[in-house]
Design a binder for this molecule. Structure first.
Ligand code: SAH
Length: 352
């Protein structure tokens, strides 16, 4: 029985399901989920991410977190965590770049939050020289100083999507007809959680909200507020959700999100405002990825690496630098928000 057959049977039994339920099954179903069964990232997969484009990305994230750790007096035990580490490339680059920071590696307990067994295995391989602990959920992170990065993690969290009617909302739902999944709108209902969005939307407007995002930020932020640390959340998205951003990617191309459940990457843009509102610690200004990386010195790092390259390797390196930073590529679409404790400076590259 395929995941589509299972979804159709479930819908026949209980009626249409929310987009969040659909996404959760498609991405993380233990037997058929996109992340739980496949190896989606990289040229041979469905999408490519910043750490896979250039080693400079993970290196600069590493130096940023190490500087934040030093700015807070170099606590002698801390958790170094990554949410959704993919192939483990970012963490490997981060650890290589911070080898020379006195005491940083000795003080770090490395935790990887990962729901996918095949990806966790890849991460263990990429980080074979380090001792790392895998956990499925942020609640399992130790209760102490926390320095954490999440790149393209929040966009993979299930969303609920609502279309504004007059003073109520209609939720996007997945139905089924003759074995084919269909998108539709549920009945008009009040949504107390969206009361504050009645003021800035009009009938027909679409808004999205990721129910698991706020509890995750609350867990990270409360550790940072209580014990110190820093968080870097990097993703595509914007401030204040408006519009339909639900999308599916397969082989680097947009596809119909209902066509092959479990076979395509399903994502939505991240509403950074919702993350900032949920954080129980100070947050930085939302900053374009290109600006953040420039402030951390990516141009100098790119020049240093370029000095050892020529021919196609040099061309590829220059293209990667441009892709990460240029505002027509990832530089502006991707944004960064930082979490940090009261009475400490924000992480380098970010401001209040
Ligand atoms: N950060 C990586 C990978 C991004 S893809 C990179 O930049 O290359 C999203 C990652 O988050 C994958 O590792 C996926 O398995 C993981 N993931 C998605 N949803 C998750 C969840 N609910 N809990 C834990 N991990 C999740």
């Amino acid at each position: 029985m395929s995941l589509r057959d299972r979804l159709c049977a479930r819908i026949a039994a209980q009626g249409p399901i929310s987009l969040a339920d659909y996404m959760a099954d498609c991405l993380l179903h233990p037997e058929f989920g996109y992340y739980t069964t496949g190896l989606p990232i990289g040229a041979a997969g469905d999408f490519i991410t910043a750490p896979e484009i250039s080693q400079m990305f993970g290196e600069l994230i590493g130096l940023c977190l190490a500087q934040a750790w030093m700015d807070q007096g170099s606590p002698d035990r801390f958790t170094l965590a990554e949410l959704g580490p993919g192939r483990g490339t970012l963490m490997a680059d981060l650890l290589r770049a911070t080898r020379g920071v006195p005491g940083f590696h000795d003080a770090a307990d490395i935790f990887l939050i990962e729901a996918s067994a095949p990806l966790a295995a890849q991460q263990r391989q990429a980080l074979a020289d380090h001792s790392v602990s895998h956990k499925a959920h942020v609640d399992a992170l130790p209760d102490g100083p926390l320095f954490v990065v999440a790149n393209e993690f929040f966009d993979a969290l299930p969303i609920r999507q609502f279309t504004r009617a007059e003073s109520h909302w209609r939720e996007t739902q997945i139905g089924a007809q003759d074995g084919v999944l269909t998108l539709g709108l549920g009945p008009e209902l009040p949504q107390p959680a969206l009361a504050d969005r009645l003021g800035d939307t009009r009938a027909g407007d679409v808004i999205e909200y990721a129910p698991f995002a706020a509890p995750i930020i609350d867990t990270l932020g409360s550790r940072i507020a209580r014990h110190g640390g820093a968080g870097l959340i990097i993703d595509y998205g914007d401030w204040h959700s408006l519009g339909d951003t639900f999308q599916a990617l397969q082989n680097h191309q947009p596809v119909d999100p209902l066509a092959e459940p479990g076979r395509a990457d399903l994502t939505a843009h991240v509403d950074f405002e919702a993350l900032a509102v949920a954080a129980p610690c100070p947050t930085t200004r939302l900053t374009p990825q290109g600006v953040f990386l420039e402030r951390l010195g990516i141009t100098q790092r790119a020049q240093a690496l370029a000095a050892g390259l020529n021919g196609t390797a040099l061309d590829r390196h220059i293209a990667a630098y441009r892709r990460l930073t240029h505002r027509d590529e990832m530089g502006n679409l991707f944004k960064v928000i930082g979490l940090f404790p009261k009475d400490s400076p924000p992480p380098p590259g970010l401001e209040i």
